[in-house]
Structures are given as C-alpha cells and as structure tokens.
Ligand binder design. Structure first.
Ligand SMILES: Cc1cc2nc3c(=O)[nH]c(=O)nc-3n(C[C@H](O)[C@H](O)[C@H](O)COP(=O)(O)O)c2cc1C
Length: 187
C-alpha cells in the first residue's frame, strides 16, 4: 500500500526519528511504498490563517496553495501514519496544525471523508503505561484523537498506538523499537 508517513521533531537523532526509520523500513520490506512527510525539515507552518479557515457555507472552498499541496500529497497515497512524540498528552503543535489546516471542511469532513480508509497514529510517550492509566490519559487521547478526529473524518481503520516509556531507560527504548517493528508487520 502507498503510505504517507507524517512526522515532525526538532532533533534528527530523536527516538521519534528512529521509530520513523524502523516503521518505514519494515513497511518497505513487507512490500509497501512509503513517502515521508517530515514537517519539521520541510518548515511546515502549523498556524491556521484566514485563507485556510473553513467556510461553513461552502464545501468547495479553495484553500491556500500550501494546503492544497498537502492535500495532493495525501491523495497520491492510500494510507497515512502519523508518528510523533506525545507533548502534553496530545500531538505536538506542528502535527496538530497539519490536521487543523489540511484536514479541512469539504475535504476531510463536511460532505467529504478523509481520503484514506486506514490512518494510524503512533505516539511516543515519555512515561510508562501505569502513569497514563493512573489518570486516564490513554483513554483521553483515544477519545480526542481516534474518536474526535479519525472517526469524525470517516476513517474506517483508525488506530492509536501509544509506545510507552521513552525516558524510562534503555529497556523501554528497546521495547518501543521492537513494538514498532511488530506494528509495521501488522500494517
Ligand atoms: C513539550 C514536551 C511535552 C511533553 N509532554 C509529554 C507528555 O504529556 N507525556 C509524555 O509521556 N511525555 C511527554 N514528553 C516527552 C516526549 O514524549 C518524548 O520526547 C518522546 O517520548 C520521545 O522522545 P524523543 O523526543 O527523543 O523522540 C514531552 C516532551 C516535550 C518536549
């Protein structure tokens, strides 16, 4: 399947970048095609300005050239995977802004659905699963990201996977990378 991997991290040697490499490499080994959208390297502007505001009375509004370019990049693929560090129990602003601007009215919702049937979200968490479960952050993220965005935009094979413990030590990092390969093989 032609798959768009969308990511964004300020540091090239981040664990997020390693997960992107591992996931993309495994997808390619199993016969998928991968196109990388590295929003940080590309300098994507996450701020939604007036030209990209939805017009609730016009589902055919033409958005800014940057947003139309992003829409075309999605459309030439068949699936999307967002790989991101979890910041404040959610997307980093860069990826949230990509959703705000690109997953727009008339294209991803309104009288439309997101072009892909399969969208996976792989979030890399600093702390461990117990810390998430203690306050319900995992459930909160599932409702906000999977129900609130993927389901809302008609994605039929939406999935949120949280990879826990990036700052808890080497064993956790090894497990995150092993889980990345396992998930890519199941894609
Ligand atoms: C601004 C900021 C907010 C963060 N918020 C969270 C958080 O809410 N929960 C969490 O588990 N980790 C949090 N972290 C840790 C990141 O998730 C961590 O950087 C990530 O797991 C992966 O490591 P990497 O940055 O090397 O890719 C945060 C990090 C930063 C810089």
């Amino acid at each position: 399947m032609k798959t768009l991997v969308v990511t964004g991290h300020p540091r090239k040697n981040s664990l997020t970048a390693q997960v992107v490499d591992r996931f993309s490499g495994t997808l390619r080994e199993t016969g998928h095609e991968v196109e990388l959208a590295d929003l940080h390297a590309e300098g994507f502007d996450p701020v939604l300005r007036e030209e990209d505001e939805p017009d609730w009375n016009d589902t055919r509004k033409v958005y800014s050239p940057a947003v139309v370019g992003e829409m075309r990049r999605v459309e030439r693929n068949e699936a999307t995977v967002l790989i991101f560090p979890i910041y404040w129990w959610s997307f980093p602003a860069l990826l949230k802004g990509w959703i705000d601007r690109v997953w727009n009215h008339g294209w991803a919702y309104g009288d439309a659905t997101y072009p892909h049937r399969r969208v996976w979200l792989l979030g890399i968490a600093g702390t461990d699963q117990a810390a998430y479960a203690k306050r319900g952050y995992d459930q909160a993220m599932k409702i906000q990201l999977q129900v609130g965005i993927l389901d809302y935009c008609g994605v039929e094979e939406g999935r949120l996977e949280i990879l826990y413990g990036s700052i808890e030590g080497a064993d956790y990092v090894d497990q995150i990378l092993a889980d990345t390969v396992r998930l890519a093989k199941a894609f």
